[in-house]
Design a protein around this ligand. Structure first.
Ligand code: UD1
Length: 365
């Protein structure tokens, strides 16, 4: 029996860990998951609803770290996670994605000579202004097993000096979760009732914004909103607002009767909202992948992406924050229907099974 500590911290981690925990449990005690939640995200809307809906077991330990500066948050996680490792003495620590919890726990583990397994390795935006890019590069450098979601991620890792035999292309666990839950998500009628909306399928856009580069500067955010208001005159927009963005919004933003602001929505509601949208406008990483899997055009409000396969094979278009470019891309989607895309290799619902197969081989060596 080998214990694998699985770490989650922030909202996008929950969809990734759910199928991995389930697949580890299928090994009937050979690989034993021990779930640690750092508490980076803690609101009901950012955490509990995801655990319930995705059937993730209660964490074995919740570090309850909460919000703070990058240094403070990372340090708090590290201090507390060290104690967990001392108590549990696991055979490996498995981290997902690129959030502060990912690098914090990986760094503690490697210094204790506990091997780190990184799920979603090798993605690069090549933009080191993004905190996530720092987290990705550093986590990959200290991982023993690097599991990738798209084939060319391997090239980035090889260029950074990672040994080829440590890298395994396993596919996308976030899409495992999407495919498993697609039939369970509410109908648009349920969504309309639940949120007092009047949406009709294919006749609205979905908007999400939370990147510091977009929301932390009021002039950038104000310009983006002006653009969103002009889009909403042609296509009503539904906008679940992330707490980071909520904190930045002040009176004067979002003065449009066609932009419907909601609190952060639970996973299944988000899946329903994405599935019936004409298009999605976002600065999220995961949503670029989910829209590709769903075949819904995605307009990414960032200058770059660490997930280029969503552009080359999927439905994604990178437009940045320039108003003219955003409006032209939306106009094109409204008149032509936008990119249809195809499903990338191994985004097939079986990534977690592949991860467990790789883990079994690796741990028994
Ligand atoms: C974090 C991740 C980001 C990911 C995003 C998904 C890092 C560096 N960033 O960004 O990669 O895309 O999660 O949501 O790890 N807050 C609440 N309630 C919560 C959590 C946060 O109100 O449950 C508020 C706090 O004011 C906090 C702010 O949101 O200061 C930002 O939270 P934080 O976890 O630091 O970063 P995110 O922007 O959520």
């Amino acid at each position: 029996m080998y214990q694998i500590i699985c770490v989650v911290g922030a909202r996008p981690n929950f969809m990734k860990i759910a199928p991995i925990i389930e697949a580890l449990k299928q090994t009937e005690g050979y690989l034993m998951p021990f779930l640690v939640h750092t508490g980076q995200h803690y609101d009901q809307a950012m955490k509990a609803s995801f655990f319930e809906q995705l059937g993730i077991p209660e964490p074995d330990i919740d570090l309850n770290v909460g919000s703070g500066s990058h240094a403070w948050q990372t340090a708090q996680i590290m201090i507390q996670f060290e104690q967990v490792l001392d108590q549990q003495q696991p055979q490996a620590v498995l981290v997902v994605g690129d959030v502060n919890s990912t690098i914090a726990c990986a760094l503690v583990a490697v210094k204790k000579h506990i091997p780190v397994v990184h799920v979603e390795a090798g993605l690069r935006s090549f933009d080191r202004q993004m905190p996530e890019e720092i987290n990705r590069v550093l986590t990959d450098q200290i991982s023993s097993l690097l599991l990738t979601t798209e084939a060319h991620a391997k090239q980035h890792l090889l260029q950074e000096g990672i040994q080829s035999d440590a890298i395994h292309f396993v596919g996308n666990v976030m899409i495992d979760t999407l495919l498993k839950n697609q039939q369970r998500c509410p109908s648009l009628t349920d969504i309309n009732q639940g949120y007092q909306l009047n949406l009709s399928s294919g006749h609205y856009g979905l908007l999400t914004l939370h990147r510091p580069s977009n929301v932390d500067h009021s002039d950038v955010l104000a310009d983006l909103f002006t653009t969103m208001i002009s889009i909403s005159e042609k296509l009503p927009l539904v906008f679940p607002v992330h707490p980071r963005t909520q904190a930045k919004l002040s009176a004067g933003f979002c003065q449009s009767e066609n932009i419907f602001m909601l609190p952060p929505v639970a996973y299944l509601d988000m899946l329903a909202l994405m599935s019936s949208a004409k298009l999605v406008l976002t600065d999220s990483g995961g949503i670029q992948e989910e829209t590709t899997a769903l075949g819904i055009p995605c307009v990414t409000l960032r200058e770059n992406t660490e997930r280029p396969i969503t552009v080359t094979e999927g439905t994604n278009t990178i437009v940045g924050t320039d108003s003219q470019k955003i409006l032209a891309t939306v106009a094109d989607i409204l008149s032509t229907g936008g990119k249809q895309g195809q499903i990338p290799k191994y985004w097939d619902g079986h990534a977690a099974e592949r991860i467990v197969a790789v883990l079994k081989d690796w741990i028994s060596q």
